[in-house]
Design a protein around this ligand. Sequence first.
Ligand SMILES: *Cc1c(COP(=O)(O)O)cnc(C)c1O
Length: 432
Amino acid sequence: MKFISTSGKAEPVSFMEAMRQGLAPDGGLYMPDRMPKMDDQFFKKPVHRSFAEIALEMAKPYLGDELKEEALGSVAEDAFNFPLELREIEPGFHVLELFHGPTLAFKDFGARFMARLFAEDANSRGEKVTILVATSGDTGSAVAGGFYDVPGVEVVVLFPKGKVSPLQQKQMTTLGKNITAIEIDGVFDDCQRLVKQAFSDKELAKKMRLSSANSINIARLLPQSFYYGWAANRIGSANKTSFITPSGNFGNLTGGLIAKEMGVPLERIVAATNSNDVVPRFLGGEEFRPGPSVQTISNAMDVGDPSNFVRMMHLFEGDADRLRREIPGYSYTDEETRRAIREVYQSIGYTLCPHTAVGYLAAKRDAQIRGGRTERVILGTAHPVKFREVVEHETGEKIPVPDRLKKVLEKEGVFREMRSDFEEFRHFLIQG
Ligand SMILES: *Cc1c(COP(=O)(O)O)cnc(C)c1O
């Protein structure tokens, strides 16, 4: 299968090439040139399929001509070596817990799958690749965690001094092996600038193969369609399933749209945001008007100019009205989010992270407006312990810390310190 740019001016490329490039040369995002259709009986059959099996079947149409089935199967087995859970928290309302991976957020699915594909690619080309990531926190920890101990791939993470949370810093700096963390004496934009300069440096390009792993990479997007298939299969054919996706850059929601196009039996997808509401406003009939982001308690969704919006439009062939008809969108303030965390905990004893709480509110709204003839699956995007200050304040209860997180917190972080200076960074890349 070929992958084309949403801007339409770049050459179609293979999956692996699209993955290596990240962003298309014309500035667009890569998408499959057509949407493969699967037999929906695959999902409807009353057998509970394993996640790896569903992942393999859903990935094959995209990667089948570049990777042997066996190799793709072991990529899936290895990437998704942690559980996911579907919990019915109230009749007809389920939380799909996507946060049982190493960094306790759904981004593990995309990051771990992509990392293993990079390794396959580097291996088949007989070369080492170095991934550069600039991060303000979450991306760095997910990518570093995803690539940890993956052969043939080195990762260099740049984070701004004093600007990432203590937990995020631990997650990036306690891994070791092929993961190097660098604390830059500057802000996120300085980190980003160093990475961009490295990519455009001709001498570096001769000496090493550099690549990026940012959130717009097609290899991170694709696995975010698999769990829609898995959940639809779990719920079974007797009931229709709708998904509610807490969104920032809308990669997770785009994963759902891809799943639907491929034949996963789902009724509809509902977009849920915090006060960064450009997309819900657009879905409600306004122009698409991106702007600066505002800070909220669900900060992984603080995005003012969602990058995957172009992919959503692409999937709807530019038909804004059809997009508005098919996807309802709702937004919630911090105060509403806090109240939801508190009330759900008090009434049913379930602890929501702030992002998942935004999804919960949208699910309730959707039920009010459209009635009850569908099962509603809220994507649980992060473990509440990642946002414990906010959550514990509302519930009044300590959240038990999962063992894997305890281990990370106990370890001493190791990182290099560097000024925001390209020559120094370049020297480091060449000399190690
Ligand atoms: C990244 C993230 C989101 C938003 O996902 P998008 O794909 O950017 O829409 C939501 N919740 C959590 C916890 C996240 O880390």
